[in-house]
Ligand binder design. Structure first.
Ligand SMILES: Cc1ncc(COP(=O)(O)O)c(C=O)c1O
Length: 481
């Protein structure tokens, strides 16, 4: 056989001519024998092929576009385990530099060279660390005063992301929620204080509420809490969950006080992988100063002359995201972040305006303070229509868009809304395409002669489960994911 015939006859060289590609991918047991890298690659790739293109996923808050140089840098670091600080001390230092940069963006009063913070896999881990620190600080004080420390609680609005429910359950800390309503769309400070007592470890306002995109008023809360703490003799602090806002407010609302400029804000968490503009998973938590981080949670290392505090729930973790974050800080600078966040906001404001003008819809709020917003069907339109926002979600999916429909949290579960998060990689032109697709979908839905399944279910007050994931951690039927 000559070489050419040899080659054409070899089934292994033809990925789609191979036996493996004609059989199902393994589901229960590891295959007996090995296969070629090309076949393994194609099989795995094909399994993920028929899903939403990440940049058309307007449900996610998480970064779906980075520049090729950033992607290369992160790929080059894919084999680095962050925890091996002895082997990779420069990455530990790079992470400490990112923490310094964030602490300063958030107006830390801390004058030390290295600020106190931690790298996390996402905001969830960062929130947990902030919460645990608040709990341990409270516990240490109670112990020292000879007071009971077995019934801790924390206060947050009903618009909390599921991480806070996990925090409460995993550490057995009671979660007390302040209801949201059409009149109180964000955390009401006085209602929050009415839930506090000597066992309150912290209050958690949210900058960029996952369900609505709105910001809790941290300044108003801080001021009310200042009076309350003076009157009661408590020293209840604030942890700000700034998963979204932590990377929006410093650039777009620099004069708004929500951060360490406020006396009672002792810790702030954010997602590097949301508007920090880094691929998942990356989060950050920063404390006001070293005294706010209980010694039992941290240990310090000293490499390259740097005093680095290490804290975390995970041990091994990828280092590539740290390189990605540091790249973005250098590449974009303050002005670059401001330009990108402003562009996302411009697109959001444009979509908010256009959608608000469409006959069936009304926006939830006139305010757009983060690059996301929600809207609903006008009540009178919803009453006589044959379709729901869940149907619009399905229609838009046919054109590749993921725009989630879901119900609002506790006490507002009857309200079905739809949300768009605008991120880097979603241009004004794409926004126009989306608007066209929404208009087309609506005109098709308006031609329906009979109600859809979801409309019937709604009329009969049945719960509707959809497949959309909206980052609140709840399905639209109100059940946990
Ligand atoms: C306000 C808020 N907190 C926490 C989280 C959890 O963040 P992550 O997905 O980074 O763990 C989210 C996610 O969307 C969020 O919006």
């Amino acid at each position: 056989m000559n070489r050419v015939t040899d080659f054409t006859l070899s089934r292994e060289d033809l990925v789609y001519g191979s036996r493996e590609m004609q059989s199902r991918s393994p589901e229960d047991r590891i295959p007996q024998s090995s296969t070629s890298p090309d076949i393994a690659y194609q099989m795995v790739r094909d399994e993920t092929y028929p899903q939403t293109q990440p940049r058309l996923n307007l449900a996610t808050f998480v970064t779906t576009y980075m520049e090729p140089q950033a992607t290369r840098l992160m790929n080059e670091a894919i084999d680095i385990n962050y925890i091996d600080e002895t082997e990779y001390p420069r990455i530990a230092k790079m992470s400490a530099k990112c923490i310094n940069i964030l602490a300063n963006l958030w107006h830390t009063p801390d004058q030390s060279k290295w600020k106190t913070g931690a790298l996390a896999v996402g905001s969830s881990e960062a929130c947990m660390l902030g919460g645990v620190a608040a709990w341990l600080r409270w516990r240490e004080k109670r112990q020292a005063a000879g007071k009971p420390f077995d019934k801790p609680n924390f206060v947050i609005s009903a618009g909390y992301q599921i991480v806070w429910e996990k925090f409460g359950q995993l550490w057995q800390i009671e979660m007390r929620t302040v209801p949201l309503s059409r009149t109180h769309k964000t955390l009401d400070p006085q209602s929050a204080l009415s839930l506090c007592d000597e066992n309150t470890i912290c209050i958690v306002p949210i900058e960029g509420v996952t369900w609505t995109g709105l910001n809790d008023d941290v300044k108003a809360l801080n001021d009310a809490l200042d009076v309350y703490n003076q009157q009661t003799g408590y020293d209840i602090p604030i942890h700000v969950d700034a998963a979204t806002g932590g990377f929006i407010l410093p650039f777009l609302q620099p004069d708004q006080e929500w951060d360490f400029r406020l006396k009672w804000v002792l810790s702030i968490s954010t997602s590097g992988h949301k508007f920090g503009l880094v691929y998942p998973g990356l989060g950050w938590v920063v404390w006001r100063d070293k005294s706010c981080l209980p010694g039992s949670m941290s240990f310090s290392v000293n490499y390259l002359g740097a005093e680095i505090t290490q804290v975390g729930l995970n041990f091994s973790r990828p280092a590539a995201q740290v390189l990605g974050q540091y790249y973005q800080f250098i590449r974009l600078g303050f002005e670059g972040y401001k330009d990108i966040q402003s562009s996302s906001m411009d697109t959001t404001i444009y979509l908010h305006d256009q959608i608000g003008r469409m006959a069936p819809f009304e926006n939830y709020s006139d305010e757009v303070v983060n690059p996301l917003f929600i809207w609903s069907l006008k009540p009178e339109y919803a009453e006589r229509s044959h379709w729901t926002l869940y149907d619009l979600q399905s229609k838009l999916q046919e054109s590749g868009w993921m725009v989630p429909a879901y119900t609002l949290p506790a006490d507002m579960e009857e309200e079905v809304v739809m949300r768009i998060v605008c991120k880097q990689g979603f241009s004004m032109d794409m926004a126009e395409m989306l608007l066209d697709d929404i208009r087309t979908a609506v005109s098709e839905l308006e031609k329906l002669e009979y109600p859809t399944q979801t409309r019937l279910a709604q009329k009969n007050h049945q719960k509707i489960s959809t497949k959309s994931f909206n980052h609140t951690g709840h399905t639209s039927s109100g059940k946990k994911h």
